[in-house]
Design a protein around this ligand. Structure first.
Ligand code: PEP
Length: 251
C-alpha cells in the first residue's frame, strides 16, 4: 500500500513573514495526521525559518532546486549538504519551469538526481509533456526520454528515495488540469517503464504524484486514480486552506 504524498511548491512566492505564517497554518491544520505524507517547499531564503516552524510537526520540508556539486566556486548556487543542513528532506528536480524557462537538460537533471540521492535527500523528479507534444501524440515518447535520462545510473535500491511527479506542462499554472483518465494513463505508463527498468517491486513501491492545476474541487477525482499517489501542488499550496483541503481529499 503506497502512502499518499502531497507536496506544496511555493515557487518564487511569499516573503519571510508570509512563509512563516503559511507554514504555521499548515502545521496547525494538518495536526498529528500520519495517514499521508505532507511537505512544503518554500524558496531558499525562507527554508530555515520554515524549518523552525515545522519542527516537531508531521509536515516535512523540501527545496525547489539544488546544484549538483558538494561545494566550490558556483556563485549563487546551493549544494545538497546545505539543504540538509537547514532541515530539508526533499528536493524538487526537473520542474518544467526549470526545464523550459531556465534551459535545464535531462543530463543536468540527472546529475542533480545523483547528487541529491548520494547526499541523502529524497527527490521529487518532475516529468511532463508540452501541449504541442501531447497533440502530436508524443506524450509517451517524451515521458520515456525524460524518465530514462533522468534516472540514468540510478539503482533500483536508490529509487526508494525518489518520487516521480507527472506534470503536464500545459496544466501547470493554467487552471487546466489533466483529466483523471489522462493522469491515470500517464502514471500507469511511467510505472510500467520503471518496472521494465528496475523490476516489478520497485515499480509497485514507487510513488507517482500528479501536478498541474490541482485544486480542492478536482483533487479527489485525480487522487483516487489507482496509479496517482499524491499531488505536487503549486498555486493552491499558497493558501493553507486550499492546500489542506487537497490533502484532506485523500483521507
Ligand atoms: C507546480 O508548480 O508544480 C504546479 C503543479 O503548479 P500549479 O499547481 O499551480 O499548476
Amino acid at each position: 500500500m503506497r502512502k499518499k504524498f502531497i507536496a506544496g511548491n511555493w515557487k518564487m512566492f511569499t516573503n519571510a513573514a508570509g512563509a512563516e505564517k503559511l507554514a504555521a497554518e499548515v502545521v496547525k491544520g494538518f495536526g498529528p495526521e500520519t495517514r499521508i505524507t505532507i511537505a512544503v517547499c518554500p524558496p531558499f531564503p525562507y527554508l530555515e525559518r520554515v524549518a523552525v516552524v515545522l519542527r516537531g510537526s508531521q509536515v516535512e520540508l523540501g527545496a525547489q532546486n539544488l546544484y549538483p556539486e558538494k561545494e566550490g566556486a558556483f556563485t549563487g548556487e546551493v549544494s545538497p549538504a546545505m539543504l540538509l543542513d537547514v532541515g530539508c528532506r526533499h528536493v524538487i528536480l526537473g520542474h518544467s519551469e526549470r526545464r523550459h524557462k531556465l534551459g535545464e537538460t535531462d543530463a543536468f537533471i540527472n546529475r542533480k538526481v545523483h547528487a541529491a540521492l548520494s547526499a541523502g535527500l529524497h527527490v521529487i523528479l518532475c516529468v511532463g509533456e508540452t501541449l504541442a507534444e501531447r497533440e502530436a501524440n508524443q506524450t509517451e515518447k517524451v515521458l520515456d526520454t525524460q524518465l530514462t535520462n533522468g534516472l540514468s545510473g540510478v539503482s533500483a535500491e536508490a529509487l526508494s528515495r525518489l518520487v516521480l511527479a507527472y506534470e503536464p506542462v500545459w496544466a501547470i499554472g493554467t487552471g487546466r488540469n489533466a483529466t483523471p483518465e489522462q493522469a491515470q494513463e500517464a502514471h500507469a505508463f511511467l510505472r510500467r517503464r520503471v518496472g521494465d527498468r528496475c523490476g516489478p517491486k520497485a515499480a509497485q513501491n514507487l510513488l507517482i504524484q500528479y501536478g498541474g492545476s490541482v485544486k480542492p474541487d478536482n483533487a479527489r477525482s485525480l487522487l483516487t486514480q489507482p496509479d496517482v499517489d499524491g499531488a505536487l501542488v503549486g498555486g493552491a499550496s499558497l493558501q493553507a486552506g486550499s492546500f489542506l483541503d487537497i490533502a484532506r481529499a485523500v483521507l
